[in-house]
Ligand binder design. Sequence first.
Ligand SMILES: [Zn+2]
Ligand SMILES: [Zn+2]
Length: 638
Amino acid sequence: MEKIFIGVAWPYVNGPLHLGHIAGSLLPPDIFARYHRMKGNRVLMVSGSDEHGTPITMEAEKQGKTPKEFVDYYHKEHVECLKRLGISFDLFSRTTNENHERIVQDMFLTLLKKGHIYKKKGIGLYCNKCSRWLPDRYVEGKCPNCGFENARGDQCEKCGKTLNADELVEPRCKNCGTAPDKRETEQFFLKLSGFKEQLADYMEDKTFWKENVYKFTVNWIKNLEDRPITRNIEWGVRIPLDGYEDKRIYVWFDAVTGYFSASKEFPFWETFWKDKNTKHYYFIGKDNIPFHTIIWPCMLLGYGGLNLPYNVPANEFLTLKGEQFSKSRKRAVWVPEYLKQFEPDPLRYYLSINMPENRDVDFSWNDFILKNNNELVATLGNFVHRVLIFTKKNFGKTPEMGEPDNLDKEALKKIDETFSNTERCIENCEFKNAIKTVMELAHFGNRYLDEKAPWKTVKEDKKGCRTTMHVCMRIVKALSVLMCPFLPFSGEKLQKMIGEKNLEWANGKTDAKGKLGNIEPLFKKIEMEEEKMLDIEDFEKIEMRVGEIKNAEEHPKADKLWVLKVDLGDEERQIVAGLRNYYKKEEIIGKKIVVITNLKTAKLRGVTSNGMLLAADDGKNVALLSPDRDVENGARIK
Ligand SMILES: [Zn+2]
Ligand SMILES: [Zn+2]
């Protein structure tokens, strides 16, 4: 039996949960935890609401609430959503909980005592009119990097650079607009620079990590800088020392300690944190990498005696029309809205098979509906339904196996292979490949059933028909187990139909012996709303032409973009395209492509793009569409 600790990034409670959170950091650990529990391994999966920090105090002030009232509301809503989505935490705690505050303070004092935390004077911004300090988001000003007028005190949204409030040019109080004073103030710093060698040792055997996580971490270690861990604010964990009543512990130090504090709510926490055989996995979005691969390991090393992260399989982003979901900018698909309309499993399926594991993935409602209807309903649901209805009608229960022919043997082998491939994928945190492997078994089942045509053999060859349905029921039982980590509600429903309950992983490979219960469809078709479908007139509005790429230059600011010059016969256009990861300069120049020519001009990271080219994208590869025989540049596509 293995012991596995699963830390899940603490969702920030400044608004409702959106699908980006689910795809990025909440669904992957749930798949992983459910699988390991079914294997008989011991799992502890914890997370909680991240409730401190300035985005929360600001949003609360805007709504005329206290920060506590504000976080209470969203914490409750998050807990409800996570439960309905079936995210199976052992504990979902919160950073305002007393036990948590005590343990953060213990972490702080221990690191201070051991010399990993020190005091240093620096500059803070203070608004005389409002009589208060202005931490990060309470101040705006001109970005010292790009000149953007409304950069925030923690980051410039225009150029993405992280900032310190005192670096802003012409800073102003976000509340009253006055120019704040620069005042000397003392803060505590975490001495990350002292961990350089220990971190390098720790990273030595981590070459199995996802490439981006590994590279990012190794590069960051080269320039380790100490970080302030306190600030002048009144909402957060108190500093457990006299004389610092106007300061609080910084939100990131507070939130990562949550993994430890939540575990300590269990009497057996030491088996997960002190036994060296326990493996620690942290599931996070890519924006959280340094906190989990650098800062948290440093804190643990400094504290001493606790297990470090074994793997941090950070996901990329789920995007909406190419841009990141954003709570603060209110651009997202919200989980509470989704749950008002649909069941949880279709979303879990869609986000599993489209998981942004190695690159950003775009969400689309059309694609969601198509995947539900064509894959869940038409492939998996349909196979199961055909088998169960036929078996129940003709045999009442799973029939006995006769003499298997080659195809029957192949089917039984396919079950075993699906199990071992799915196991390998899940254990490597490759969830997208894992669910694909499961779906292949359903595809295989449909083909097997069509080939065997039991509706014919039931009259001509009853013995053969029995064997066919025996094999089919084995596939159904296997699927009922294999789907559980991904589609727990449907898995449970299917097991009930075949007279089983809470099957363990290894049970999925055995004979189906349960009594058939009430059979009903596993999944429902979702009707495409009329307004989401295009009329032919809509399509005809799009003007497409053949163009030839004459030149390709690197975009000055974005390493994924080519700036192309495209010959459209009677004119040359500049088009910016995200193809640099897929096409080299010499490959792309000279290609004939398809261009949408009547789009409004757009700017991509500051460079004008006048048109859009068409490419196919299967999640692994991107391929340009090209006419398959020579036509003149500018030829209309219709
Ligand atoms: Zn900037
Ligand atoms: Zn002010």
